[in-house]
Design a protein around this ligand. Structure first.
Ligand SMILES: [Zn+2]
Length: 99
């Protein structure tokens, strides 16, 4: 038996999850699976960060589903506004140049 690093409850030695608080016990998560890496990764490569979320070793399934939905929605919204901004720029300069 070991102590959960989060809630200090007694849990099995080989458990990956604490059955009391639900958090991951294994702290040896590789750098590209850590939250800051995932956030920066999304900002840099957008939806291409999804495999890192899907293959995350300790993240719960529901968390993966929610994060996937958030990434897809943000990608859709940001793409839509980028296209709108480009259309505005094109129409502005088109008017200004008399095209
Ligand atoms: Zn715990």
């Amino acid at each position: 038996m070991i102590n959960c690093p989060h809630c200090q409850q007694q849990i099995e030695n080989d458990s990956k999850w604490c059955r009391f608080c639900g958090k991951a016990v294994d702290s040896k998560v590789r750098w590209f699976f850590r939250s800051p890496s995932l956030i920066v990764g999304f900002l840099v490569v957008g939806p291409f960060i999804l495999p890192a979320i899907w293959f995350h070793p300790t993240m719960k399934r529901i968390t993966k589903l929610i994060l996937t939905a958030v990434v897809l929605i943000l990608t859709y919204v940001l793409t839509k506004y980028t296209i709108e901004a480009l259309k505005t720029i094109v129409s502005y300069y088109g008017t200004a140049l008399g095209i």
